[in-house]
Design a protein around this ligand. Structure first.
Ligand code: GDP
Ligand code: MG
Length: 595
């Protein structure tokens, strides 16, 4: 396709504002997918996505559009994920495009994720087409949504904003026309050496790593000898092509185009997102710049349930390639054996990874309580970075502990304000600023990352009846009164159950925890004492009752000697049983997770 008739774009929106529905309409209108073979929401084909109704990984699809000007255009649509944990995924998809459709639900108006996505698009200098969706619904507030958009960006005037229904197809033709009229063609140089941005990748068991690329300059052909500029790794290209939305082999990809290359490389770590792909014999002068990888903020241990360590290892390796914001290192736990300490963008990301391990690899994993990164200064001046409570030093050695704080922006309708402020207060948040934006209130708060990383988002959704939105950025590390809680069973510490909390929460949390554990720790033949220990002192305790009632107390022994014999036998059993480690089910870890 002539470069002047290529358009690369994404649809960005708050969750549920209709992005996937519009993507389907565009594919339908360009006959990329005939209506008959189309099943609901083609791009969301990962099982996990179906279950949660959100897009997790960015998808790409090429469409050919016959425009009203008589020309045929190549429309490369890159789908972006729609959850707060995945801002990084949005950013890397947008790096491959020149434009974006900013979609806003007319019944909801501009939401925080609309604003966050708009800002990312501006940072990438994209041409943005404002679109108001769901105008088929009776009770819409098109006028107000339009005003909100113009407040967000003065160029989003009424004349420039398109009104559509992605569901009925109303106005979708105008969107298709606006794409080639308002989004510029890619600017690269076809006669310069190949320079391609790797913006995504996946691992295929047979073909190795498949990289999703956007060609900045030059072109790439079958059998080309290529090189990755960051790692220096060279390879012969196995195959290449585009997405329709399935992989469609082609002979070449040209300047400005989006497609895939089969590298044949088998090490899942060989190709990182943000890499620059070039020709081995004739490399481009400079790599693609301005690309910083996402930093995981929440860490948890993942352990195989059935001692299937090798299977878990290869699954984690493949997932980390497919999802570069997910990190891992090997970890050995006394209680759980060999496993991995993994880094995530947030609690929802952790949940997604668990579900993908199950759905794509058939693996059930045990997940330990998630934790953020703490900085510990020792009395001897040494500084430690702790991402695993097991490594938390003995309290007598510690000078001070610092924890990460974030600045969070919460956008909500004004009637949820008091409920949200109460929630923020309950999570040690501090109000920094508050402003009104149309009928929305925006508050800026400072809050410990550990308070916001786990359940905060779902609590926020619940107190605001689904209307509040959240975006966060890292602020700094600050000193906090933090202690490690160790959980002992049979007077022995279970390493995988340790966690770090604020001292002020110790009493309430450990009481709640031991009562949870009383119900979830599997009963043994003997009573199992369970204790929460802080700085060497037991602060909470329960005894998990034995499987069978104690014969000596409740049995119907008729004689003293029979009773004594029974007691003797029981105590032998007890001593033997205590030597066998207790097998911990996931519900035990959930008890900590749910605190
Ligand atoms: P996404 O999260 O942005 O991908 O949103 P979806 O495309 O999954 O849409 C969310 C919900 O809104 C689905 O139930 C859609 O059927 C519905 N929806 C999307 N567009 C429209 C529209 O124009 N009108 C109406 N009435 N519903 C729509
Ligand atoms: Mg969707």
């Amino acid at each position: 396709m002539n470069q002047t008739r290529i358009r690369n774009f994404a649809i960005i929106a708050h969750i549920d504002h209709g992005k996937s529905t519009l993507a389907d309409r565009i594919m339908e209108a360009t006959q990329t997918v005939s209506q008959r073979e189309q099943h609901a929401q083609l791009l969301d084909d990962m099982n996990v996505e179906k279950a949660h109704g959100v897009t997790v990984k960015a998808r790409t699809v090429r469409n050919y559009y016959h425009a009203d000007d008589g020309q045929e255009y190549e429309y490369n649509l890159i789908d972006t994920p729609g959850h707060v944990d995945f801002t990084y995924e949005v950013s890397k998809s947008l790096a491959a495009t020149e434009g974006a459709i900013l979609l806003v639900d007319a019944t909801q108006g501009v939401q925080a994720q609309t604003i966050a996505n708009y800002r990312i698009a501006k940072r990438h200098h994209l041409s943005i087409i404002p679109v108001i969706n769901k105008v088929d619904i009776g009770s819409t507030e098109v006028q107000r949504t339009q005003e909100q958009l113009e407040t967000l960006d003065a160029t989003f005037t009424k004349a420039r904003t398109l009104l559509i229904s992605a569901k009925t197809g109303l106005g979708v033709h105008e969107v298709l026309e606006a794409i080639h009229e308002r989004i510029p063609a890619p600017q690269g140089h076809p006669d310069q050496p190949l320079k391609a941005l790797v913006f995504d990748s996946l691992y295929d068991a047979y073909q190795g790593i498949i990289a999703y690329v956007r060609l900045i300059d030059g072109h790439v052909h079958q059998n080309d000898d290529l090189r990755l500029m960051q790692t220096g790794e060279a390879f012969k290209l196995k195959a290449l092509g585009t997405f329709d939305p399935n992989m469609q082999p082609e002979k070449a990809l040209r300047t400005g185009e989006v497609g895939y290359v089969v590298t044949g490389l088998k090490d899942p770590r060989a190709v990182r997102v943000g890499e620059t792909l070039t020709l081995k014999s004739q490399p481009t002068a400079a790599a693609v710049t301005g690309y910083s990888p996402a930093q995981p903020v929440v860490f948890a241990g993942l352990f195989p349930k059935d001692n299937d360590y090798e299977t878990l290892k290869s699954a984690i390796l493949k997932l980390s390639l497919n999802d570069t914001s997910f990190s891992y290192t090997e970890e050995r736990s006394e209680a759980l054996g060999m496993g991995f300490r993994c880094g995530f963008l947030g609690a929802f990301h952790l949940q997604i990874i668990r579900e993908r391990l199950k759905a794509e690899f058939g693996l059930d994993v045990l997940t330990t309580a998630p934790t953020v990164t703490y900085q510990v200064l020792l009395k001897n001046g040494q500084r430690l970075l702790i991402q695993n409570p097991v490594q938390f030093p003995a309290f007598s050695l510690i000078e001070e502990v610092q924890e990460p704080f974030v600045k969070a922006e919460i956008t909500m309708p004004s009637d949820s304000l008091s409920a949200v402020l109460k929630l923020v207060d309950g999570h040690k948040g501090e109000l920094l600023d508050m402003k009104n934006d149309n009928d929305l209130v925006v508050i800026i708060i400072k809050i410990p990352l550990s308070e916001i990383a786990y359940h905060f988002f779902s609590e926020l959704k619940s107190v605001s009846h689904g209307f509040a939105s959240l975006s966060t950025e890292f602020l700094d590390y600050e000193v906090g009164d933090l202690v490690k809680v160790e959980v002992d069973m049979n007077y022995t510490a279970v390493d995988a159950l340790a966690f770090i909390v604020h001292r002020s929460d110790v009493s309430a949390m450990t009481q709640a925890l031991v009562h949870q554990l009383k119900r979830t720790v599997p009963r043994q033949l003997y009573p199992t004492p369970v204790q929460a220990v802080v700085e060497g002192k037991a602060v909470a305790r329960v005894d998990v009752p034995p499987l069978r009632k104690n014969a000596a107390v409740n049995g119907d022994a008729h004689s003293i000697s029979k009773k004594a014999a029974l007691l003797r036998r029981q105590s032998i059993n007890k001593r033997q049983a205590a030597k066998n480690a207790i097998k911990l089910p996931q519900s035990v870890f959930n008890a900590i997770l749910e605190l």
